[in-house]
Design a protein around this ligand. Sequence first.
Ligand code: HEC
Length: 433
Amino acid sequence: MNVPVPRDIPLPLPAPEELLEVLLIVSFIVHIVFVHMMLGGSLFSLFCQIKGLKQIEYERLAYKIAQTVTVNKSLAVVMGVAPLLIINTLYAPQFYASSALIGGAWMAVIPLVAVAFLLAYAHKFWWDRFVNIPELHIGIAALESALFLFIPLIYMTNVNLMLFPEYWPEVKGFFSAMLLPNVLQRYLHFVSAAILFSALFFVWWSGRPAFQAEVKLSQPLLQSVRRFFYAFAFGATIFQILSGLVVFVSLPAQGMSWGVTLLLFAGGGFGVPALYWMWGNLVNPDNSLDRHFSRIIVLFACTILAMAVARHQYREHALKDHKLAIAQKTANYMAAAADARQEAESAALAQQNEPVDPGEQAFQRNCAACHHINLPTVGPDMGEIRRIYAGDAKGLIRWTQNPGKKRENSMQMPGFPHLSETELQAIADYMLR
Ligand code: HEC
């Protein structure tokens, strides 16, 4: 297989590799949890706003949710800096390659994020201005959600492509990288995680006494809203487990190991008791949605941790050989560079010991700017001059002391009154040699 092996920049890491890996996993978890709540929040806000066309209470709910979106979005962005920098540090050659291969889309992240954020702010801050044009308001929310859905797809395409250097030669831009065989199922798995975690977040959030005071829902409506979120969390968990299995079977084998498999199944396994308790609460008519809530959260926290570690192990495993090949190539390059430096140094040393030709030196200083060895530049080249003055050093000296005007398309050559007879003789000897 034709696997491109780029050369690395031979610089030491700024911290021990293991520490960077731990920081990568931890900072990524924090980042992705806020991304989930941002994306899920914008989808729920849109959903509730549409429902609010018929039932006004949902419109108030949509507004409350929109207020969380901008906060979670800011946290997602700020918390995303660290993992992005660490990925760039630990996997520079691979991440650089995949980013370049989907370059247009990767660069588009910046304007897309900016537009999505502005839409999120417009959606939230101008809520009252849109009361009479709900279609426009919903359109803004829909566009915002669409962008929040699309941007992670670019990220996922990139971090997936960096894992498989064997695809690099055949990938032609973002869409072909996006259609690599395992990206879309990974993406669906991510979107359902966003729905799951944001739904759980809203179950907790709408259970606080302050929420009731702010949104002013009747008690039965509040209960049905919370059940609505709870049911979403439940359904998303089932989808999560099923799509997780699809992701598992479609992951290319080269990153797989027993450790990764174990972690993935443990992570999925934590979801099973969580599902069991959630189901119990949903079928129980006493509306006790908060029962076992902290246990469920702890289970899902374990799931996220297991998945994040598995994801990292998979990446390390998938890139193991490629990292070795890069290290080898970089070492070869460093050795060759050291050799070349050595060679250049000894050549310079040899030259220093050679007697210098005063004619050549004076020529370099005074004439070389306009007379090239074999290219006519400002003046004729050395070959032409040699043809004219072969065996006639005196003629050449005479010309230089008193240059005439010969060639129609040339400027007049300047005179050199500061050069002595001996220097001119040396230059002429050198030029006609
Ligand atoms: C600033 C540019 C410039 C520099 C510096 C310069 N020359 Fe020239 N040289 C010319 C040009 C232009 C011509 C062609 C002039 C013409 O044909 O009218 C020329 C022509 C010549 C010729 C050809 C004359 C012929 O009979 O056709 C010789 C020989 C020559 N230069 C020698 C020298 C020497 C020796 C030096 C250094 C001491 C020197 N030049 C430095 C611009 C330069």
